[in-house]
Design a binder for this molecule. Structure first.
Ligand code: XCC
Ligand code: SF4
Length: 625
């Protein structure tokens, strides 16, 4: 028997989302929420992490009654292996994204990418210096070539550590070396995890988890960091600017193109093509007043940070954006793109266009997007969207709500500039106790959790307590829609944070970019620790992913913990079937790396725990008695 759909008020905190779920139900269109109902209850073994499918003597499901798989693996081994592979999937996603940026840099160096250029020569030279490449007096293309080679080598097997470990405090690096956690090469750690988790290899849960941490660190300080830094070099380092968010950014009288996924390589070109005079003229001919580009998820974050392009929505808004009936095309690259979008687009005139050979969708219009032909392909894509405007059914268009103002563009470079050239004023504000500490709230939505309730709830609780919040990924849109990303949001902050942010004219929640840009937060923590001559684990900081769902979020959480940052998850990964693994995650890691995970579904209790931790760290640094 089909289940009753859950009441819409329980699904999301947003009016724009509620209106679109209502419209979807009226039009008979299925969304993530109905599919979750169909899939619930989930398999208990899989939830606990005690299913193994790593060989054909199985699959095995272990329990108290049947404690070992056919090969003899127990729950600890199976859970650790599953979690190891889970994290590795995430590290691979971020890192392969990073590699794509190296390939664009390579194409630039070889003169094969006429539509891309080195936008930030100064930043490229700084990076070269940090990774030990001589740059003074050298032609920028020669420097770029060496940086490109060095980063490619970071993915391989010949290095003892990835290049950006030069940013890590020495104490932390020594600790990693002692624990066997130093990330050597990105692809190497990923491949080694696949090897270790083959039947008959690493059958010691803690040992597997150490390597999971090493793989995650190869992501955070390798693949992701390379992705962020080269995106800045090629497309520009973000600077503070204003933009808007929510479904109201979709314009009734324009051709609407949504870009979705993670990598700016495609979407930056779509943006440029959307400004092409011929395509604009054609749009006008068809009765549109212009071509409107808006973002979803992290591709949206990339364009928002650097170009101020408005944000239509986060993960759980992606289906709903199409349901406005006013989207001519959704152009995707990779990651977090629900395959259901093809079906939802098919219910309207919306063209679903995929652009990556490694992320194809059955039923999509496919472009094999290449640096060499980028602009020409981007124009073809925009042209498809423009022509689709003629097919729009005006009777089915409903765009809910008015756009909300947000401030974006807080790269570390921009923050340091706002502070007058160094981190000292920030450190002084922390020392004085005006800012008690900082927490990065990052990551996703998950239909198991009321959409954005925890993302917003936690951010509000923290700023009240004078804890600065840094937002990335899908939390950005949540914070933005809640009015937390504008300078005026200091009215919701505690007195100290209000004073500091007020004098700088910045919001108490800073948008720091996409999910790979969590590497910016790692760099900031490392810089603070280095300035104070302490380890990252000594800082009054924390990390949180309240509504996470993805393998990538698990990788981020693990590299944060392994870097010494106390990290909150709103719900647990599938590890509870092993006491050893669970205990290690929520307490045992403290002794090893100076930080742990904690799991807490309530935003107020979460804020309490962060406050307690931050106060303890402040005491440790001698800031408070
Ligand atoms: Fe994906 Fe980055 Fe999560 Fe959003 S936050 S749902 S991973 S888009 Ni990265
Ligand atoms: Fe079962 Fe062991 Fe094979 Fe896993 S590796 S499926 S536990 S026999």
């Amino acid at each position: 028997m089909a289940k009753e759909p859950r009441p819409i008020d329980q699904l999301t905190i947003w009016d724009d989302a509620k209106a679109m779920i209502r419209k979807a139900r009226a039009e008979g269109i299925e969304t993530v929420h109905e599919r979750l109902d169909q899939q619930t209850p989930h398999c208990k073994f899989c939830e606990l992490g005690t299913t193994c499918r790593n060989c054909t003597m199985g699959p095995c499901r272990v329990s108290e009654k049947k404690p070992r798989g056919v090969c003899g693996a127990d729950a600890d081994v199976i859970v650790a292996r599953n979690f190891g592979r889970f994290v590795t999937g995430g590290a691979a996603g971020h890192s392969d994204h990073g590699r794509d940026l190296i390939e664009v840099l390579e194409a630039i160096v070889e003169g094969e990418a006429p539509d891309y250029k080195i936008t930030e020569e100064g930043k490229l030279r700084t990076i070269a210096g940090e990774i030990g490449i001589k740059e003074a007096g050298r032609d920028i293309m020669d420097v770029a070539k060496d940086v490109m080679e060095c980063f490619f080598a970071d993915f391989g097997s010949r290095k003892k550590e990835v290049s950006f470990l030069s940013r890590v405090p020495q104490k932390r690096k020594d600790l990693w070396a002692k624990l066997g956690m130093t990330p050597r090469g990105v692809d190497r750690e990923i491949a080694e995890m696949m090897h270790r988790t083959h039947m008959g290899c690493d059958n010691d849960a803690p040992n597997t988890l150490i390597h999971a941490a090493r793989t995650a660190l190869a992501d955070g300080w390798g693949g992701s960091m390379i992705g962020t830094e080269l995106s800045d070099v090629i497309f520009g380092t973000p600077k503070p600017r204003m933009s808007t968010a929510n479904l109201g950014v979709i314009k009734e009288d324009q051709v609407n193109i949504l870009v979705h996924g993670h990598n700016p390589v495609v979407s930056e070109q779509i943006l440029a093509a959307a400004r092409d005079p011929e395509l604009l003229a054609r749009a006008k001919e068809l009765g549109a007043s212009g071509i409107n580009l808006a973002g979803l998820c992290c591709t949206g974050n990339e364009l928002l940070m650097r170009q101020g392009i408005p944000m239509a929505g986060n993960h759980l808004m992606t289906e709903l954006a199409i349901i406005t009936g006013a989207v001519e095309a959704i152009v995707v690259d990779y990651q977090c793109i629900m395959p259901s979008l093809v079906q939802v687009a098919g219910c309207y005139h919306t063209k679903f266009i995929d652009t990556a050979n490694k992320a194809r969708f059955t039923g999509a219009i496919h472009f094999d997007f290449q640096p060499r032909t980028a602009m020409q392909q981007a124009k073809e894509i925009v042209s498809i969207a423009v022509e689709a405007f003629a097919e729009r059914d005006a009777g089915r268009v409903e765009i809910p709500g008015e756009p909300i103002e947000i401030m974006t563009g807080f790269s570390n470079e921009a923050v340091i500039e706002a502070l007058g050239g160094s981190l000292d004023p920030l450190i002084q504000a922390i020392v004085a106790g005006d800012i008690k500490g900082a927490v990065g709230i990052v990551g996703c939505n998950n239909p198991k959790i009321k959409h954005d309730s925890l993302n917003v709830g936690l951010a509000k609780e923290l700023i009240k307590r004078d804890i600065l919040v840094i937002a990335t990924g899908c939390v950005t849109t949540a914070a933005g829609k809640a009015g937390l990303l504008v300078p005026g949001a200091i009215e919701m902050a505690g007195p100290g944070l209000k004073k500091v942010c007020g004098s700088l004219g910045i919001p108490p929640v800073l948008h720091y970019g996409s999910c790979v840009d969590n590497s910016r937060i790692m760099q900031l923590c490392a810089a603070l620790a280095n300035t104070l001559n302490v380890d990252i684990s000594d800082l009054p900081v924390g990390a949180s992913s309240p509504e996470w769902y993805s393998e990538k979020a698990a990788a981020i959480g693990l590299y944060a913990v392994a870097s010494g940052i106390y990290t909150h998850l709103g719900h647990p990964p599938n590890i509870l079937g092993s006491e050893t693994v669970t205990n290690l995650a929520v307490s045992g890691l403290e002794d090893l790396v100076g930080a742990t995970f904690f799991i807490e579904p309530d935003p107020v209790k979460t804020a309490d725990l962060f406050e307690e931790r931050i106060n303890a760290k402040r005491k440790g640094l001698g800031l408070d008695k």
